[in-house]
Structures are given as structure tokens and as C-alpha cells.
Write a protein that binds this ligand. Sequence first.
Ligand code: GAL
Length: 682
Amino acid sequence: MSPSTTPPTGLPVWLPGVETLCYGGDYNPEQWPEEVWARDVALMREAGVTLVSVGIFSWGLLEPREGEFDFGWLDRVLDLLHEAGIQVDLGTPTASPPAWFFHAHPDARVVTRDGTTLGFGSRGMASPSSPDYRRASVRITRELARRYGSHPAVVLWHVHNEYGTPVSECYSEHSARAFRAWVQRRYGSLDALNEAWGTAFWGQHYAEWAHVSPPSIAPSVVNPAQRLDFARFTSDALLECFVAERDVIHAEAPGIPVTTNFMAGSCQSVDLWAWAREVDIVSNDHYLTAADDRNQVGLALSADLTRSLAGGRPWLLMEHSTSAVNWQPRNVAKRPGEMARNSLAHLGRGADGILFFQWRASRSGAEKFHSAMLPHAGTRSRVWTEVCALGHDLAALTEVRGSTVHADVAILWDWQSFWAQDLEWRPSVDLGHRERIDAFYDRLWRDKLTVDFAHPEHDLSGYRLVVAPASYLLTSQGAANLTRYVEAGGTLLVSCFSATVDENDAVPEGGYLAPLRTALGVEVDELLPLRQGDQVHLAASGPVARALDAITADVWCEDLALAGATPVAVFADGPAAGGPAVTRHEHGAGTGWYVSTRLDVDALAALLAPVYADAGLSPVVDLPQDLEIVTRHGTTHSYVVAINHTDEAADVPLTGTDLLTGETSTSSFTLAAGAVRVVRSA
Ligand code: GAL
């Protein structure tokens, strides 16, 4: 995807007046006596901090009683930061309404699907559809924007915090009313609603709009089309809250970009393709999964997804951790060098700012065991030393800012499809969309092929290869787009259980996969999920994919009917024995591949080799798999970020200058175990 030069809202591509890579984190001075603040700011300077996020959870202090505002402390904080040359990403505190709000408006509390009303004393969204919440959140935002709209420290606005978590769906009376209105807008008539939801099934037919309600828990499985629409409504309702705050800020503080921190790749309850169109700058939070000993791959996926959401423009890593988090079952601390590796991996995939949660570790509250830039142990700690070193390194990398990442491969990603696939009564609980995406992504990561993520209806013409690991829900527009992509010369690889339903979770006419019949030359007659633990074997049929011979697969098979495609591997055993397992179809100027079973990341190497050949792609096979290499392209130079995730030193053929050490080479650089190099091309 070629990066576009202007964001959708027409504001500048980056933060005004920011000429370095950003470095910093969430700063919560309200948790500390005022005498600590000056020390904080001095230490921030020592660490090379340039940007801090302030005020994200401060509503109760900024508006202690309804309509009574106290900005004195925030004035002093912003002035202090500004005097020290530290810029501010100013939060609106609307992720955590104050006690008075819930006392005055108990009906604004979130109600869960089983009817539980959620209490106060934590954080989290009020009902996004509560008119009182909307009014109160816009009012505090307006007050903040009026007061600080032209404060010289403020270069970015940070609305709310991580929309969609810790709660997203709300089943309150306010939500029920708003859902009804949303459904009415979407369908226009009850006939259209009944048709889309297939209400002839189980006698659900509606004759009155007033009878339409959210899909609360019911005696058996609730209509999946209704649930899918409720998920869409939820994402839209939250987005309306964001847009209302953003518009107030745009009006009161013109020229300053507005963001909200996404959780691309982890929070699944908001459709970030729609959200990305509404923010001025894309920012993202990413936390490693401690239990995963190859969590660098998940990190890369999240960063690639964020860059894709940003349309290829630079983005901001709004939060990650210097060491352990506090909310996983086992909060494993990062080991020496790991924080820098994580940070530079995000940078390599397009981040122009590296921020943490949080600046100073909290002594009280639910997050006291969470790491920080300034840990409880203070400046004598290893973490502090590494935080200062990273600040120094990022300053040395200033010239990388604004450079972009190019990908030849796109993986399809559609939250609406995930919502649908995650509902009950699917053919097998063992086939997960995320597992399939992770496996294909991991294969491409090991092969050192940089990946963008794309929606099935996006312009895909810039990619040599498009992979659809889990496109369960595919609209007719999406299918037509993929078909055109193949016709025009693209290589498309589709994995099992794709194009199974349309946007209403209804099986398309012609059966499973029918919308992709032209592109793939194959149809699915029957889905054949396997018993838990059962395996099947493939046999290559012909020379195209010889390496698939004797490969083991599991979880899933399908009975395929060929409609023009050539089988390159068949099932040697199992319920589809003798039938095609992997097919290849030349259509127009391109090629459509289909794989009807689950291959693990090693087996995917055998599948992808001939697919890469069709796409004209060259995987890197002569370097260790866990050596990560990604390139950012600037106007005069390229920057290769190479990260050695293995336990042994490795030589990487690269020429140029390592911006972190100043070393130059005309042949290769050695990377010690765990080391990172950022090499500017000669
Ligand atoms: C994030 C959140 C932060 C903090 C952090 C801890 O999801 O935005 O406020 O709670 O997690 O890891």
C-alpha cells in the first residue's frame, strides 16, 4: 500500500512542531504530591523524554462536583512540562466518569448480556448510549479544549482510553433504545430487517419495531445475524462517543491532531477500519503475551496491523511496558535488552514514537505491580538505566522519522467476520480465525516477507500476494474485489472455512465458497471437521507442490468439487480421502490457491513455497528464522532494522552505517544474541 500524504481529516500527517521521534509515556502526576513533579520533569529530561500523556483518568479531580471545575493543578503540570521542553498529549478523562456522575445517573451504568449492572470503583465506560454520559463527556472535553486548546505544550489530544475495553457491549435500556434506532436506520423497513435476520427461522418474525431488542441471553442460541448487528451497533455507538469529543476539540483547538489509543490485534470489539478513518493520527497500545516465548511475532503483527490502519503513514506506539504488566496470570518481567528490542521492533514497522504505560510506577491501586519508566526502585534500577539508554538511542535515530514501510503481501483482516465466526454453533470449536491468521503471519514473518493487513474490499492491486487465512464472512463486494485482483494478475491464497456466509451470517446461494468459485475454480460440498486430536495426511499430486507430500494436517477437512482448479495435493486418508486438499487455479492473469485443511506453521512452508513462486516473491531462507528484518524507506536512504531474537550471534549481509553504534560495513553486520541494528543504506 502506498502511504497517502494526508490523513482523512485533512490535518498534518504528524504532530505539529515535533521534529524528533517521540519518547515518553502516561504521566499521572495527580497520584503524587506536587513536590515530586519537579523531580519527575528533571528525570524525564535525563531519560530523553519528549512527550507525555496527561490527564487520562483525572475526571474526578478536574470536575469534583457536577459543573464545578478545578484546573489549577493541571495548569501547573502543563506549564512545568512546557518550561522543560516536554510536549503533551492531553487526555480527555471520559473512560472513567466520577462517582457523582454514576450517583446522579445510575441508569448510565453498563448492563452486561446476562443483565448484571456494573458498579463503580474501577474504571470503564459508562453506557455509550446514555444521553447523560454523552452530555457530560462532551462538556468536560469542551472545558479542557477551551482551556488548553492553545497551550504551547499540547501537540496531541488523546480522547478516552482504549475504547472497547474493559467493556464494550451494553444491554441497558439506553442501549436497547439506541439499538432499535440503529436497526431502523440500517434496514429502513421491517421487511428488510426480517429478511436480513432470517426471522422466518424459529418464528422470530417482527411486526413492530418496538419489539426489536438487543440479543440478551435467551433459552438457546440467539439469532447470529442479530448478534452480529449488535456487535456492529456497539462499535458504532462507541465511535459516536469518540467523534462527539473529537469534533468539540477540533472546534475549540483547531490544528491539533486528535487520537485515541487503539488495541489493534488484541481488543476485538471495535471495527478499527471504521475508526481509523476518524482519527487524525493512529496510535496503538501493545502488551506482550508473557506466556508466549515467541511473542516478538505477536508484537510484529500488532505493529503491522497498526501501520495498515494508518494507511501506511507513521503511527504512535502509545503504550507498552518497560517490563512486567500486572494483569496476566504470570507477569513475566522483561530481561535486559528486551524493552529496547520491543521498542525498535515497533519503530521498524512504522512507529514514529515510543511511549510507555507509565512514567512513574503507582504506589496505590490495582496497577502497583506494573512496571514503569521510573520503577518503585527508582534510578538505581536496571530498568531506569535501560530507559535512559533507549531515550539516547531514539535521539540517534531521529532521521528515521517519516520513512515508510513497503509490503508485497497483504493478509485479510475483518473484525466483522471475526465477530460472526466467534458466535456459537460453528462446525468446530478447534478452528479459530485468530489461530489461522497467527499461523500464516508467523510463516511470512519467519520468511522475512513484510506484511500489511487489508480489508477484503480494499484496493489490493499493489500486492503480489493476498492471503485470506480466515475470511469466514465475505460480502459479495469483497468476493468480487478478490476475483478482480486475481484476474488482474494477483496471487490469492484462501484458507478453509472462508466465504462461508454473507454480511447477514447467511450461507450464500450456491453454497460455501461459492462467491470465490470463479477466482479459485473450486466449490465446497461439505465441511468435515475432525475429532479432537485426529490427524490426516496429504499426498502431492504432481510436481507443483511436491513438498506437501506426506504433510500432516488436523482439525478440519472439506469435500471439494473441482470447477476448473488443479489439485496439487489430495487427502491421503481421513474423511475426505482421495479428494483434493490443496488446489491451484489460473484465472485471468493471476492464480487462486485454496487449502481446505489446517496446516501448522512448519507445514505452511511446504504450501507457501509454490505460492511465493507464483507471486514472484523471494523469502529469505539462508538466515535464522528468528532473525527479524524489516526496512523503512526514506526519501534519500533506507533503514534496515535487524533484531536477533535467537541465542546465538548471526551475520546479516547489510551495507551502510549502524545508526546506534556508528559502525559501517560494506558487506555484513554481526548481531550478537538479542542485539538490534538500525542500518542506514550507503
Ligand atoms: C492499558 C491501559 C493503561 C494501563 C495498562 C496496563 O491497557 O490503557 O491505562 O492500565 O493497560 O498494562
